[in-house]
Design a protein around this ligand. Structure first.
Ligand code: SAH
Ligand code: SF4
Ligand code: F3S
Length: 449
């Protein structure tokens, strides 16, 4: 495909799901940019519309069908425009997407999006819909070009797929086996980012704490953090999502010792009950998880610990649900993503007989959310009166305030001049709610001059 063939053409992309999907979308934009497509935020002017989908829960999947219904009308109004569907729903549903929505031109999966330009070209040349799903990633992971949507903080995928088989989760089915990128290619990518002044990188994986176990020689996330810490002008380093079982002391020590690594651990526990954890096949029990929390807090008392929680897993009793509530209070999570269990194709728990009724799941979720927000509020109040280093990311919503994050990933809003966007500043914390902090900029000597 030549760039001139598509010169002046526009691509619109919508991304659902996790940060890995968001990162994949940035690489899709990079690949398409090389062949002449520039990004637009106006779907009406798009020659190519891409939906990068998520299959984690039924709600996310339903959204795909309602979006595509609306996109069909845009396509009608702009003859020659194309609709492509990628990501986890596409990987699972494949040609069924076109059977159900014949106006879709291309379905591609999670393992072959680096071939997007040639797949688009094929559709352009033949005028026929195309479905291309691969079952594995290529042996040699290509380093794909990228158009980053944020110029302060960058996503960097370091490991793809997941080798666990949690009984509720579709991710291993749609993302395949774990495959780590080489440390050299990650260090190279991050060095390029720091050279163009990126202030933060977030290392991504469905199980980022398993990084390196499949490489020869075998390494771990701790090695990678230490290597990244050596890069000149390296800004903050974060990583998502960790599995408690793979969060070794080595990794925790590296976070403590590498100054740029942020004291922020997202280690989903999913449930606070041992029987539920066993039936989820999580591979740890509550005591194990609490030991991990102790290992973190004994080294970094101010570290933030966040989690994901599922309520209404099949067979979860009221008492077992209350164990989750008690655990949230006992650990004192800084924040939690919560969800009602959603039965997924290709997962064992979806076929278990003891499904919890929707209204009961809804009630448990509301109760859990209330407790999580109370617990987060308490954590946030601990910041009152402290001084925090904030990376300023932009404006807060439509307000004139600036917004940024602490090293522990707390959102902080405060008054200040736009020139601070992209800078590290110190802010005194003056107010705390469950989701964010308010602060006042500390006037630094150099700003007064
Ligand atoms: N790899 C991460 C989680 C990735 S999926 C881990 O192991 O912790 C992101 C989150 O979606 C999960 O943590 C889980 O809380 C939620 N999730 C996954 N499958 C789900 C399902 N079937 N129903 C409800 N929530 C689910
Ligand atoms: Fe899903 Fe479990 Fe893998 Fe996380 S560890 S992605 S929850 S199978
Ligand atoms: Fe969703 Fe796929 Fe991510 S299912 S959460 S987009 S790996």
């Amino acid at each position: 495909m030549t760039a001139s063939q598509n010169a002046g053409k526009k691509v619109y992309i919508e991304t659902f799901g996790c940060q890995m999907n968001k990162s994949d979308s940035e690489h899709m934009l990079g690949l398409l940019d090389e062949v002449g497509f520039s990004k637009t935020d106006d779907i009406k002017s798009a020659d190519l519309m891409i939906l990068n989908t998520c299959a984690i829960r039924e709600g996310a999947e339903d959204k795909v069908y309602s979006y595509l219904g609306a996109w069909a009308r845009y396509k009608q109004k702009r003859p020659g425009s194309l609709i492509a569907v990628g990501g986890c729903v596409a990987q699972d549903a494949g040609s069924q997407l076109i059977d159900r929505m014949p106006y879709v031109d291309l379905v591609f999966g999670t393992h072959n999006f680096h071939r997007l330009p040639e797949l688009i070209e094929q559709v352009q040349d033949t005028g026929k819909p195309l479905v291309e799903i691969a079952q594995t990633l290529p042996d040699d992971l290509p380093d794909t070009p990228v158009v980053r949507l944020n110029d302060i903080s960058a996503w960097v995928s370091i490991i793809y797929g997941c080798d666990y088989n949690c009984t509720y989760c579709i991710v291993p089915y749609v993302r395949g086996r774990e495959k780590s990128r080489s440390i050299d290619s990650i260090v190279q990518e991050v060095s390029e980012l720091t050279a163009i002044n990126y202030k933060e990188v977030t290392l991504l994986g469905q199980n980022v704490t398993a990084y390196g176990h499949d490489l020869d020689p075998k390494i771990n996330l701790g090695h990678l953090l230490r290597a990244l810490g050596e890069i000149p002008n390296m800004g903050r380093i974060r990583f998502l999502t960790g599995h408690p079982r793979d969060l070794s002391i080595d990794i925790i020590d590296a976070v403590k010792e590498v100054p740029q690594a942020c004291e922020y651990f997202h280690i989903p526990i999913q449930a606070g009950d041992n029987r539920t954890l066993r039936r989820m096949a999580r591979g740890y029990n509550i005591d194990f998880y609490k030991r991990k929390v102790d290992e973190i807090r004994s080294r970094m008392p101010d570290a933030a610990i966040t989690s994901d929680l599922i309520v209404g897993f099949p067979g979860e009793t009221e008492e077992e649900f209350m164990n989750t509530i008690r655990l949230v209070e006992e650990i004192g999570f800084d924040a939690c993503n919560t969800a009602a269990y959603s039965p997924r194709n290709h997962t064992p728990a979806a076929n278990w007989p003891d499904q919890i009724p929707e209204f009961e799941k809804g009630e448990r979720l509301r109760f859990l959310n209330a407790v999580v927000s109370e617990v987060s509020h308490k954590c946030n109040q601990r910041y009152l009166g402290t001084s925090q280093e904030i990376l300023v990311e932009g404006k807060s919503g439509r307000s004139e305030r600036l917004t940024g994050r602490t090293r522990t990933n707390k959102i902080v809003n405060f008054e200040g001049p736009d020139v601070l966007i992209g800078q590290l500043v110190n802010v005194s914390i003056t107010a705390a709610n469950p989701w964010a902090l308010r602060g006042a900029l500390k006037i630094e000597a150099e700003l007064c001059h």
